[in-house]
Ligand binder design. Structure first.
Ligand SMILES: Nc1nc2c(ncn2[C@@H]2O[C@H](COP(=O)(O)O[C@H]3[C@@H](O)[C@H](n4cnc5c(=O)[nH]c(N)nc54)O[C@@H]3COP(=O)(O)O)[C@@H](O)[C@H]2O)c(=O)[nH]1
Length: 797
């Protein structure tokens, strides 16, 4: 190949490459609606033109090289051509690398068109001047001006400059300013034919002017339409951005294409800045496969309604959503799916809270009855499968009502919370602790192997709850009564199991509280009986069914009766004479203890007054006070009123309060007992030894007597532990200057032991059983009081 052909081929190839690179760079810069888009279009046109010219150049150079004409470029022409091509390449390279800066230069587009005109003029010059076939390329450059420039006048001006450049080139050729390009197919005479050159110039200039006018007009129409379209798009985007719903579009594979403002602000991602953001990467793993399937379904043209899912936000927060996925086939782009969803995180939270509230106790956070039943069903199913048992424990805090009423609900609430957390400490994770309401708790123990397992937990609970609690500035002691029943032995259905455990719990209450009892069918009758008692007790006062029996307390030095303990009985029309153990706790539960207690106090005082009026030796009458009565606000006023009404001297009234009740809230008890002592009333601490009294506490109580509980007296003469306890209490009483009385003395062995150990007083069947008032009067007269023969001689009766 000759040197001329090589240069020709290189020129055409370089032109194509550069226009191609411009076209690629423009392609990456948006659409026709903005300047970058227009540049893109222009680049496309140039590319197309360059290819056309390149192809033509290659063919022409090839054909001519092998024709009779041979090479047609001189050395100077080649140099001139190379310099022009170099300038063109330089311009395009500059444009390629500095597009962003160039586009901000005010007249960059004008310059671009002018350079193009210049290059076209050169192309025409080197391809035959006035006879060249390339003059239509001017029209393309004018069209380029119409595309790139917004103002019509500027387009016209540039079109005119194009025409002038063509004219200048023709004039230069005519006048011989440039070296001639001897094109083989062009008659050299034409370059000097003024008329021909004038006509061709007129033709090209007018056509160029027409293209400038029509092109600028058409482009302004297109631009306006484009602007309108863009405005409408902006409105749509604004509308989508103003929506509270999360709107997005993505490919069926999940690549995010668009997201509205709500989506971006909820999730913290921006698809415009985060490249290749894939929805499937930010969908919660739980919902991933479901959403993937939904995308596929939507891409297949099916609408996916009410799809639930959860995104993971930029800051790893889960965002729960609910919405529709759709793919609009009408837009001809079936590969884009659209999602419109609502952020339901708050709603879900509220629902969860609602569920929690419906299934949990607000105060302790423990499951409530509804949830407990559910858990019990679950435990039952597990037990069935593993051939195990389920234990239901029903707990009722002993005398909780007293604390709640006396120290206020805030302390009561704290106590329940503390009890709840202690209960949780006693069971395993699979077990359930629930609060049914008030001071009632239930526990479901799963996979129980036998009674021993349950007993262990019950003991653990009794121990945990009996630990002192420091609440609201008070040191409180609480105990609990537990009823237990087992699945499947004691029932099938959860409700039945709870009911039976409740029945067993009542049994534990009547068995002295602070213990546990297993359900037994016989307890059902007791439950029925309790219901009967409860209904009957409300009318018993009106019907005067209550009786008071009296039991003497005997002084060990004088052998005389020092006091008569008033012990309540209920003469039930159907059940006969009932002991207090069968109805006192029920009276406490129902609140009937207050009118009944007041009735006992009044009648005991009246009776004592009557005995004194009969001329009998004055003794104290000892009345038992329930914990509820002790902590009742009106107690002092009631006692005062009754003493006034009956005319009994306070020194002949003794009030017995059990140690457990006193120790439950020692601070409160100290205040009340001191006030009662202040009235001149004798105070005894009943059942002493069972309630964890300490010397420190005892010193603060202004009491007169400690009454050793009969459980220590029963075997005091044969059991070394009981003997040690009894003697310790006697020693403690002596050191505190308190009288000590032993109750439940039934035989001479007990009597002798207690007398030898200097117990001040005694009470028990050995001397007399509790008797009706008439018989008690006889005892006061010294008739029927049984004093052991061995002691008679020593006693100063
Ligand atoms: N709040 C009120 N509580 C009351 C009232 N009346 C009684 N009670 C409480 O009931 C408890 C049981 O009383 P009761 O069934 O009458 O039993 C008393 C005696 O019968 C019994 N006792 C007496 N001596 C012996 C004996 O030698 N052996 C034996 N096994 N039992 C005996 O002890 C009970 C008296 O105990 P205490 O009160 O501790 O002295 C009774 O404990 C009261 O708490 C009431 O009006 N209100």
């Amino acid at each position: 190949m000759s040197a001329g052909k090589v240069v020709q081929a290189a020129w055409l190839g370089a032109l194509g490459r550069n226009l191609g690179s411009m076209q690629l760079q423009s392609l990456a810069r948006g659409n026709f609606a903005d300047p970058a888009g227009r540049n893109e279009l222009v680049a496309k046109i140039r590319w197309f033109l360059a290819v056309m010219i390149g192809c033509y150049g290659v063919f022409a150079a090839g054909f001519y090289a092998f024709s009779e004409y041979g090479l047609f470029l001189t050395r100077e022409q080649v140099i001139f051509l190379l310099v022009s091509v170099g300038a063109f390449l330089g311009c395009n390279t500059l444009y390629h690398f500095h597009y962003e800066r160039i586009r901000n230069i005010r007249y960059a587009a004008h310059l671009q068109v002018l350079i193009d005109f210049l290059l076209i003029t050169l192309l025409i010059h080197f391809s035959g001047g006035g006879a060249s076939w390339f003059w239509p390329v001017y029209l393309v450059a004018t069209l380029e001006a119409a595309i790139l420039l917004d103002r019509k006048r500027e387009v016209w001006l540039l079109g005119g400059i194009g025409g002038l450049m063509f004219g200048a080139m023709l004039a230069g050729q005519y006048l011989g300013w440039f070296c001639e390009v001897p094109m083989p197919f062009v008659d050299p005479q034409l370059h000097h034919d003024g008329l021909f050159l004038l006509l061709i110039w007129l033709w090209v200039s007018l056509l160029n002017a027409a293209i400038a006018v029509i092109g600028s007009f058409l482009m302004s129409v297109i631009r306006n339409e484009n602007e309108a379209l863009r405005r409408s798009e902006r409105r749509l985007v604004n509308f989508l951005d103003s929506a509270n719903d999360l709107i997005f579009s993505a490919t069926p594979e999940g690549r995010l294409l668009y997201a509205n403002h709500s989506w971006k602000s909820a999730l913290g991602f921006d698809p415009d800045t985060a490249d290749n953001l894939n929805l499937l990467d930010i969908i919660h793993p739980t919902y991933k496969s479901k959403c993937q399937a939904a995308f596929g379904k939507a891409a297949a043209g099916q609408r996916v309604n009410v799809l639930e899912g959860s995104f993971i936000a930029c800051d790893r927060r889960p965002i729960d959503v609910e919405g529709n996925i759709t793919c609009n086939p009408e837009d001809g782009d079936a590969t884009v799916i659209w999602g419109i969803c609502r952020d339901v995180t708050e709603r879900k939270k509220a629902q969860e809270q609602l569920y929690h509230l419906a299934h949990h106790d607000m105060l302790t956070g423990l499951p409530n009855r509804l949830f407990f039943i559910d858990r019990l069903k679950h435990a039952r199913a597990m037990a069935r499968r593993g051939e195990k048992q389920v234990a239901v424990l029903f707990l009722d805090l002993d005398r909780f009502k007293i604390i709640n009423d006396t120290l206020g609900h805030s302390v009561g609430d704290q106590l329940l919370q503390e009890a709840a957390s202690r209960l949780l400490e006693c069971v395993r994770e699979v077990d359930t602790v629930a609060r049914l309401g008030g001071d009632e708790f239930t526990v479901a123990l799963c996979n129980v192997n036998g009674v021993e397992d349950v007993e262990q937990v019950a003991q653990k609970i009794l121990k945990a709850l009996s630990r002192p609690m420091a609440l609201g500035g008070h040191e409180l002691f609480i105990t609990t009564s537990i009823g237990i029943c087992l699945y499947p032995d004691h029932g099938e259905e959860p409700v039945e199991l709870i009911k039976n455990a409740d029945i067993a719990m009542y049994n534990a209450k009547t068995n002295g509280r602070n213990n546990y009892q297993f359900y037994d069918q016989a307890m059902d009758q007791e439950a029925d009986k309790r219901l009967m008692l409860e209904t009957g007790m409300r009318k018993a006062l009106e019907r005067e069914e209550f009786r008071i029996y009296y039991q003497p307390k005997v002084d060990m030095v004088s052998g005389r009766v020092t006091a008569m303990e008033a012990l309540l009985r209920w003469e039930h029309p159907e059940l006969g004479m009932l002991p207090p153990s069968s109805f006192i706790s029920l009276a406490e539960e129902t609140g009937l203890i207050f009118p009944i207690g007041e009735w006992v106090l009044r009648h005991a005082c009246l009776q004592n007054r009557a005995w004194q009026d009969q001329g009998l030796a004055p003794v104290r009458v000892a009345v038992n006070l329930s914990g509820y009565q002790l902590q009742h606000k009106g107690l002092i006023a009631t006692v005062r009123k009754i003493l006034e009404e009956t005319g009994l001297d306070p020194m002949y009234l003794e009030l017995e309060v059990t140690e457990t009740v006193v120790m439950q809230n020692p601070d409160f008890a100290v205040a009340i007992l001191n006030e009662l002592r202040g009235l001149g009333i004798h105070i005894s601490i009943d059942d002493f030894g069972t309630g964890y009294s300490s010397l420190a506490h005892l010193k603060r109580f202004s009491v007169n007597t400690l009454k050793i509980d009969k459980s220590f007296v029963r075997e005091v003469d044969i059991n070394s532990t009981d003997a040690a306890i009894a003697t310790a209490i006697i020693a403690m009483g002596n050191s505190l200057n308190l009288k000590v009385i032993a109750e439940g003395v039934e035989n001479e062995g007990q009597f002798s032991f207690l007398r030898e150990n200097k117990c001040d007083e005694m009470q028990g069947y050995l001397f007399s059983k509790p008797v009706p008032p008439q018989e008690a009067a006889k005892l006061l007269r010294g008739e029927g009081l049984k004093i052991p023969e061995t002691a008679l001689a020593e006693l100063s009766i």
